[in-house]
Design a protein around this ligand. Structure first.
Ligand code: G3H
Ligand code: ZN
Length: 307
C-alpha cells in the first residue's frame, strides 16, 4: 500500500484510546522487521527516521526502503521524520516524500520554538502533511540527567494549549517524565499532567523516550491521551543482542547474513511486543481499512476548547 499520513490515524487513536507505535529504523533489516510485525499484527505503523539515520543511510535510501517495504503489505504505513531540528531538514524530507514531519525546537527559547514550528506547519500543511512539534524537553540519559532536571523540563498544560493554537501543530511531543535512551524500564510518567495537557491542547500527544518507561505506566498514559509512542533504544538493543548471539553461536562464520537475520528476528519480536502493549493490533481489516465499527472502548472528551 502507498504511504499514508499520520493525521487521521492519530486522531482515531485519540478517540479510541490506543497508540500507534513509531519505530526508529536505521537499516534495511530494521525496516523489514518493523513492517513485517505490523502486517502480522494488523496494525497501522509509523516508521520513523532520525537525522542521524538520514546521515547514516542517506535520505533517498531511507525513503526508497520504506516505500518498497510499505508496498509489500496491506496495513497503513507512515514515513515520519523524527526530531528534525531545522526548518530546512523538514523541507528536505517533505520534498523527498515523507508523509509526516517533526520539528523539534525544544532546545530553543519558547518564542523561537513557536515561530519555527509555525513555519514548518505552514509549508507542510499546503501539501497535506501533518507536523509534530515539541514543547518542554525530553532529556537524554547519556547526558547524565537528574530527577530535578527531568521535572524542570516538563511540558506545562497552559503553555501547550497556547503553543498548539499559535503553531497549528497536528500533534505534540510532551515531556512528562521519560528520558531518551534509557537501557532499562525504570521511569514512570506524570499521568495527571498528560491528562491536563490533553484537555487543554486537544491534539494527539506523543511519548518520546519510551524505552525507559515501565510498561504499566505506558499503558496508563495511552488511556489519558498518548497516541504515538516512539521506540528506538529498545530496538537497537534487540538488534545488537542478535549480533552478539550470532557471534557466540557461529564464531567462525563470515557470512553477515547469519548474524543480521537473528537481529531482524529479534527486532520483529520487540516490535510485536510493543504493538500489543499499545493496543493497536487487530485494527486493520483485509482490505487495509480500519475495522468498522472500531473496537468498543470508552470514547474520551477530546478537550481543547475549555480554559
Ligand atoms: O524519538 C525517538 C524516541 O523518543 C525514542 O526514545 O530511544 O528511549 O526509545 P528511546
Ligand atoms: Zn525522541
Amino acid at each position: 500500500m502507498s504511504l499514508v499520513t499520520s493525521k487521521e490515524i492519530l486522531q482515531l487513536a485519540l478517540a479510541e484510546r490506543f497508540a500507534v507505535g513509531a519505530f526508529n529504523a536505521n537499516n534495511m533489516e530494521m525496516v523489514q522487521a518493523i513492517i513485517e510485525a505490523a502486517q502480522e499484527e494488523r496494525t497501522p505503523v509509523i516508521l520513523q527516521v532520525s537525522q542521524g539515520a538520514i546521515r547514516y543511510a542517506g535520505l533517498d535510501y531511507a525513503v526508497g526502503l520504506v516505500k518498497i517495504a510499505a508496498d509489500q503489505v496491506d496495513v497503513p504505513v507512515v514515513l515520519h521524520l523524527d526530531h528534525g531540528t531545522s526548518y530546512e531538514q523538514n523541507v528536505l524530507c517533505l520534498r523527498a516524500g515523507f508523509t509526516s514531519l517533526m520539528y523539534d525546537g525544544s532546545k530553543l527559547p519558547y518564542e523561537e520554538n513557536v515561530a519555527i514550528s509555525k513555519r514548518v506547519c505552514d509549508i507542510a500543511h499546503i501539501v497535506g502533511i501533518p507536523v509534530e512539534a515539541e514543547l518542554g524537553r525530553v532529556l537524554k540519559a547519556t547526558d547524565g540527567v537528574t530527577p530535578e532536571e527531568v521535572e524542570a523540563a516538563m511540558t506545562g498544560p497552559d503553555q501547550a494549549k497556547e503553543f498548539v493554537e499559535r503553531t497549528g501543530a497536528d500533534s505534540l511531543a510532551v515531556a512528562v517524565g521519560s528520558v531518551h535512551a534509557m537501557k532499562s524500564r525504570q521511569a514512570t510518567l506524570d499521568i495527571s499532567r498528560i491528562e491536563a495537557i490533553r484537555q487543554k491542547a486537544g491534539v494527539p500527544l506523543v511519548l518520546h523516550g519510551s524505552s525507559g518507561v515501565k510498561h504499566e505506566s505506558v499503558a496508563e498514559a495511552i488511556e489519558h491521551g498518548i497516541c504515538k509512542v516512539n521506540v528506538a533504544t529498545y530496538l537497537n538493543q534487540a538488534f545488537v543482542r542478535g549480533m552478539r548471539e550470532g557471534f557466540e553461536r557461529h564464531p567462525d562464520e563470515v557470512d553477515p547474513r547469519k548474524y543480521l537475520s537473528i537481529s531482524r528476528e529479534n527486532i520483529k519480536e520487540a516490535v510485536r511486543e510493543k504493538i500489543r502493549l499499545f493496543r493497536s493490533n487487530d485494527r486493520i481489516d483485509s482490505s487495509g481499512r480500519f475495522k468498522s465499527p472500531p473496537r468498543q472502548y470508552r470514547s474520551i472528551d477530546l478537550g481543547g476548547s475549555e480554559e
